[in-house]
Design a protein around this ligand. Structure first.
Ligand code: PEP
Ligand code: MG
Length: 621
């Protein structure tokens, strides 16, 4: 029993005496002895974790942990670890113990299946060591130290399964809470989190998201996209995570929410004490632990300067973004749901250039039906008041799994059934979504695009599903694809012949071009969208599109980097879509650009050897 062993509170140097009784005494003792001789199969972390690349030049100052800049801004506050809020139990007692035991078993099995899926996704993304935490979760789910008292409470005391399970979790978590070791004490959160997943299933409610109750800097091992989407920006002043890269979906969402964030800080982030003070510098990727008064004063001055610069940019954010030589560039917002649209309009968005619809599908136990989807798309379109709304069809799979889609295990989920491949594998789901989109397109300027298209055949098949959807709801709308797969960028001429526009997803395009997982901090330094190879793919996509008179936008994170604006314009991009807080700065950058000069700049960038050279070129006056 993981719970029984860990709550002994044994620490390094303690001596353990193991006694065995009943069956298989000799085997049990021999197995434990062998395990001890193998050091409990622990892998020394120093050899396991390769040196992380240092993102900024120079040595790391004392008291600073260096990670990756994930969302600009500065936040100073108390460390807050997130926890899963308690669920209300509908009934304490039950008459039919058998039925209660059955539902507990079913909830445990379903949770174990979901944890397995998460485990596989993390193992594929970050390695077996990182996935180890999920093995502990699986052990919890079959630990007799929890199951026996829960079953006893159901049979002997007439408890409902939900009450019996909650009591067993609370009792055991309290034992973890009482441990001396800080690290082990924090593991009570793991137990509570997996316990809450079972409870949510027993109660038939959506799984609660991690949250914090007091204002401060949220510190976590990693955040799922669903967790990040559920954060309250009024409480979460900043985010610091041990894992993840700067274009992971958690980082993308932090930018959308305007919350300063650093990611990929390594295990040091997990050792921070609740309530201690930290400062997050989301521009450099630095985390200050117990910052000195002089650091605090400096960071506060810089934060004030940043706020002033933003306010200045905001003043000009409403008008169109036109280059010095008269080229109009549409500057739009990326959103994850209709609730974000008013703030996007307020930030000066000319429209929505990427509606990531998968967030409507997350954190639930079944797919939202067509009416619910239509209501969400309609609300977004109405909030845009005539500005264009570009809806991307469901982009689930890989790091955004939806447990209810019943996807099979994959060794390499990022190279597996994700994006449009999933839509084509489950065409009724895609068709329902397209009907909901078409209904809204009848009344509003709507564009639709398919994610992760690799081949012309996929585009054709997706368009066939669209034509079937039209039989139920007909409307005119522009149809495009995301360019995220290098093959699509290189064969753009063939794809451009069969759609109206391209939107380049530089996050995925970069991870596939550089063969570096966007969610893995160990290779984060490689996932730089300014690498000339990525620029060359963008160039190829634009050349293919232009030959057919199609327009090209960028909706990956590169679009929100004002330093890259002239380069993208020079490459021929005419629409940029980004997190709302970046809009004002990018509009300023568009107005400062001459498209002719930018073309020459793009040519020089394409000839650079690496991302560093491109960056230097962009920084040159
Ligand atoms: C991208 O890949 O660049 C993109 C915009 O899509 P997402 O970040 O949602 O994968
Ligand atoms: Mg993508």
């Amino acid at each position: 029993s993981l719970n029984a062993v860990a709550t002994l509170g044994a620490a390094e140097g303690h001596e353990l005496e193991v006694a065995a009784g009943e069956a298989q005494v000799a085997e049990a003792l021999a197995a434990i002895e062998a395990l001890a001789a193998r050091d409990f199969d622990e892998v020394p972390t120093s050899s396991e974790v390769p040196e992380r690349p240092v993102p900024t030049a120079g040595p790391t100052p004392e008291g600073v942990v260096r990670g990756f800049a994930a969302s600009p801004g500065i936040a100073i506050g108390a460390v807050r670890r997130c926890h899963v809020p308690a669920l209300a139990i509908d009934r304490d007692a039950a008459d039919d113990p058998r039925a209660e035991t059955d539902s507990l078993d079913a909830a445990l099995a379903a949770t174990a299946e979901a944890v397995h899926l998460q485990r596989d996704a993390v193992a594929a993304r970050a390695g077996e060591t990182e996935a180890g935490i999920f093995d502990a979760h699986l052990l919890f789910l079959r630990d007799e130290a929890l199951l026996a008292p829960a079953r006893r409470a159901i049979h002997a005391e007439g408890r409902s399964a939900a009450r019996a399970w909650r009591d067993a979790i609370d009792h055991t978590a309290a034992a973890w809470d009482g441990l001396e070791d800080e690290y082990l004490r924090a593991r009570a959160d793991d137990l509570r989190s997996v316990g809450a997943q079972v409870l949510a299933r027993l109660l038939g409610v959506a799984q609660p998201h991690a949250r914090i109750d007091e204002a401060g800097v949220l510190v976590a091992a990693d955040l799922t996209p669903a967790d990040t989407a559920g954060l309250d920006p009024a409480l979460v002043r900043g985010i610091a995570t041990a894992r993840g890269g700067p274009t992971s979906h958690a980082a993308v969402l932090a930018r959308a929410l305007g919350i300063p964030a650093v990611v990929g800080l390594g295990e040091a982030a997990l050792e921070l004490l609740e309530g201690s003070t930290v400062a997050v510098d989301g521009r450099s990727g630095d985390l200050y632990v117990d910052p000195s008064p002089s650091d605090v004063a400096r960071l506060e001055t810089e934060a004030a300067a940043l706020a002033a610069a933003r306010a200045l940019a905001r003043e000009g954010a409403d008008g169109a973004a036109v280059t010095r030589d008269g080229i109009v560039v549409e500057v739009a917002a990326n959103v994850g749901g209709p609730a974000e649209v008013p703030a996007a309009v307020e930030s000066g968005a000319d429209g929505v250039g990427l509606f990531r619809t998968e967030f409507l599908f997350m954190g639930r136990d079944r797919m939202p039906d067509e009416d619910k989807q239509e209501a969400a798309y309609r609300a977004a379109a109405e909030a845009l008041a005539g500005r264009p709304l570009l809806i991307r069809t469901l982009d689930a799979g890989a790091d955004k799994p939806l447990p209810y889609l019943g996807q099979a295990h994959e060794e390499n989920p990022f190279l597996g059934v994700r994006g449009v491949r999933l839509g084509l594998a489950q065409p009724e789901m895609l068709e329902a979504q397209l009907r909901a989109i078409l209904r809204v397109a009848a009344d509003h300027p709507v564009r639709v695009m398919f994610p992760m298209v690799a081949t012309r055949d996929e585009l054709r098949r997706a368009r066939e599903v669209l034509e079937r959807a039209r039989l139920a709801a007909d409307a005119r709308l522009e149809v495009g694809i995301m360019i995220e797969v290098p093959a699509a960028a290189l064969a753009a001429h063939a794809l451009a012949a069969e759609c109206d526009f391209f939107s380049i997803g530089t996050n995925d395009l970069t991870q596939y071009a550089l063969a570096a997982d966007r969610g893995n901090e160990r290779v984060a330094a490689l996932t730089d969208a300014l690498h000339p190879a990525v620029l060359s793919l963008i160039h190829s996509a634009v050349v293919g599109a232009r030959a057919r008179g199609r327009w090209v936008g960028v909706c990956g994170e590169l679009a929100g980097d004002a330093a890259a604006t002239p380069l993208l314009i020079g490459l021929g991009v005419r629409e940029l879509s980004m997190s709302a807080p970046a809009i004002a700065g990018v509009k300023q950058a568009v107005r400062a650009t001459d498209a002719g000069e930018a073309g020459a700049l793009a040519e020089r960038a394409l000839a650079c050897a690496d991302a560093g050279e491109v960056r230097a070129l962009l920084a040159a006056p």
